[in-house]
Design a protein around this ligand. Structure first.
Ligand code: DGJ
Length: 652
């Protein structure tokens, strides 16, 4: 990776790729190109233009008409920011980002490069942060913007990483989808005109994942150049790829610019969330291995990050809202007989929650429904030899709840307008300290009162028409980002308070499956689609950016509840073992034959779980190309063990 401070103090990007020696500035070309802007310092040299030169951190206002990484609206209403090099330093270890998730590393594992840039007129500074982790071939990037000027500025676009390529022809690999069909693989040429992947939903979203890969035309799983950019963030984002007028490629990863405007007063600073980048000269498998190893070891935290996760049974597809204390004990009894290690009580255990119209926010145990206290139920499950976990959806509020009746202003609703509902629920204003304090206190209280070892943290709608009563009117453009910071604050408090707790992320399945959440939750419910055959595609797409230890997958009943497909029990087991393994069906209704197979699956997983969750993962066929069968393999990093899975999918 090479960059250069040029003769005018601009920071030019020279090279990212295979290990190379020598200065690569011969890659820069200078021509007099029509309609190109020339900085004043270049005098009358028309061949010097920021519109053509590759840059580390392009800004609006220097004469570059491609997409900028940073746009600032100055106090005089102009959109001009001209950052020039001031100084740099290299330190041991990896920078951290207070309040934001980020890759962490000690002094032996990483170095940090900080480059200070400044606009001479406005005194706006940008500290470009680079974290270098050679053992995974990873470079991370973040940027701290500091306003050293005398007037308030507004940041209206902020990306933490830009990759400029002066030559080459690339494909863009991205992961699109919808609820219950997330992270479909798409590979298309980077072409003239901008390709944008983004979320404006407040979460990273089911629709586009904040991860993209630029791959050479001939790049395969085993060979060829490829570059990944993965955003360590769980809210609105924007990823862009563009081939410019001179056939150069620019890729950007950062915050969404729509509905975003962040004021920065004198002395204030703003941190752009981190982008993780990796390059592979040996194709997509190595690219994924770099990300997997880095995320598993240096992004996930807590006791469970390198432990095989417990095999669990979840009550959702077994009983939905219709469980009782008795039915849960029955589920527990069957689970224990099979060797399952944890029972998870999903939605419906609190308030008056017998359907999805009510009670979010009222995190009080419904003892009438359970027929006992939560503590008593857990003791009985523990006595069967199993751990216990619960579902919770802290960021939400039902209009029919005591919490809403007490604090209607805690919901994100625009004054004078009717709220926009989704799944009949509203969203709490996570930018408010009273809300985040309340949630932290409630969650800690629930976990403290009973022996809860696991929490599935769900989030079942997108943000829209949002307004915070606590933010000044001209600061509403901060809201979506502040929401995410509030979420991270609560997650951080809970994980610090209960380091033993296993947190599983969820947003209607995989609507917030991103590297930001992995900092708090080492695993995420991959999709509400539990059909084994469709999961092959969802899990295939997910595997490019995220480790298999983070992919939560369960065996469910047939006909499947989402698409009514009938799939052999064995196949369902093999597909669920592609991730953290569990069951989500009424075990008491299984046939003897199925029980026997389940027992064998669980025993097999217990024996090989470490390989499945922490081995190197190889995609041997693509379910998007090969409609007959899907094959994948895990290999221990020391070469001692490997397992290949083959699923025939000829029912397409
Ligand atoms: C959406 C989740 O993805 C499901 O697994 C389940 O927990 C429901 N929410 C419960 O409401």
């Amino acid at each position: 990776y090479q960059m250069q401070i040029d003769r005018y103090g601009f920071l030019l990007h020279l090279y990212y790729g295979r290990y190379a020696e020598g200065c690569m500035d011969y890659l820069l070309t200078y021509y007099d190109r029509g309609f190109s802007a020339n900085p004043y310092d270049a005098d009358h040299d028309r061949s010097y233009s920021m519109d053509a030169l590759p840059q580390e951190f392009p800004t609006s206002g220097t004469g570059d008409f491609r997409s900028p990484a940073l746009t600032i609206k100055n106090s005089d209403g102009t959109y001009s920011c001209d950052l020039r090099y001031q100084s740099h330093r290299i330190t041991k270890g990896k920078y951290g980002l207070p309040g934001l998730p980020a890759v962490y590393a000690d002094e032996e594992e990483a170095e940090t490069l900080e480059i200070l840039m400044e606009d001479a007129v406005t005194k706006v500074q940008a500290v470009l942060l680079y974290g270098v982790l050679p053992k995974y071939d990873i470079i991370t990037r973040s940027v701290r913007i500091i306003n050293q000027g005398e007037d308030t500025i507004h940041i209206s676009k902020a990306a933490s990483a830009c990759l400029d390529f002066v030559s080459g022809d690339y494909d863009l690999i991205s992961f699109y989808g919808r609820h219950a069909m997330e992270r479909n693989f798409q590979r298309v040429p980077v072409s003239h005109g901008k390709q944008i992947l983004r979320s404006r939903r407040g979460t990273s979203s089911h629709q586009y994942n904040p991860a993209m890969i630029l791959a050479g035309k001939d790049t395969t799983e085993e060979a060829g150049d490829c570059y990944a950019m993965v955003f360590v963030y769980s809210g609105c984002f924007k990823a862009e790829a563009e081939k410019d007028q001179f056939n150069q490629t620019r890729a950007l990863m950062g915050l969404a610019s729509e509905m975003f405007s962040y004021p920065l007063g004198t002395g204030d600073s703003f941190v752009i969330p981190e982008t993780v980048m990796t390059y592979s000269a040996e194709g997509l498998s190595v690219l994924s291995h770099n990300l997997h190893r880095c995320f598993r070891n240096n992004l996930c935290r807590g006791r469970w990050k390198d432990q095989v996760r417990p095999v669990l049974v979840n009550s959702w597809e077994a009983d939905y809202f219709n469980f009782t204390g008795e039915s849960l004990l029955r589920l527990g009894k069957h689970a224990a007989e099979l060797g399952i290690e944890m029972l998870v009580l999903d939605d419906g255990w609190f308030g008056e929650r017998n359907d999805d119209n009510t009670s979010l926010g009222d995190w009080q145990v419904n003892e009438d429904k359970l027929g006992c206290t939560m503590g008593e139920l857990i003791r009985k499950i523990n006595a069967m030899g199993m751990k216990f976990g619960i579902w919770i959806e802290p960021e939400m509020i039902s209009e029919d709840s005591d919490l809403y009746r007490a604090h209607p202003d805690w919901a994100l609703v625009i004054p004078g307008r009717q709220p926009i509902r989704s799944r009949s629920q509203l969203v709490l204003d996570m930018s408010r300290e009273d809300v985040t304090d309340y949630l932290t206190e409630r969650i800690c209280d629930i976990v403290e009162k009973a022996d809860i070892q696991y929490i599935k943290w769900d989030m079942n709608r997108s943000l829209m028409a949002a307004y915070s009563a606590k933010l000044p009117r001209d600061c509403q453009g901060e809201l979506r980002h502040r929401y995410v910071l509030g979420l991270y604050k609560v997650l951080e408090a809970v994980t610090q308070r209960f380091p033993e707790l296993l947190l599983e992320g969820c947003s209607g399945g995989g609507g917030r499956f991103d590297a930001g959440m992995l900092y708090y939750c080492p695993q995420i419910w991959c999709s509400d689609n539990t059909d084994a055959i469709e999961r092959l595609r969802i899990q295939y797409g997910t595997s490019f950016g995220y480790p298999m230890s983070s992919v939560s997958a369960h065996v469910s009943v047939c006909p499947n509840h989402q698409n009514h497909r009938v799939t052999p029990f064995k196949t369902r087991g093999i597909c669920a073992m592609q991730g953290t393994f569990g069951y989500e069906l009424d075990l008491s209704k299984m046939t003897d034959e199925e029980k026997k197979m389940a027992g064998e699956q669980i025993a097999f997983f217990k024996e090989h779980g470490r390989l499945f969750q922490f081995g190197d993962y190889y995609r041997l066929t693509s379910p998007f190309e090969n409609r007959d069968y899907t094959v994948w393999e895990y290999a221990a990093q020391d070469g001692s063990e490997a397992c290949m899975s083959v699923v025939y999918t000829d029912m397409y």
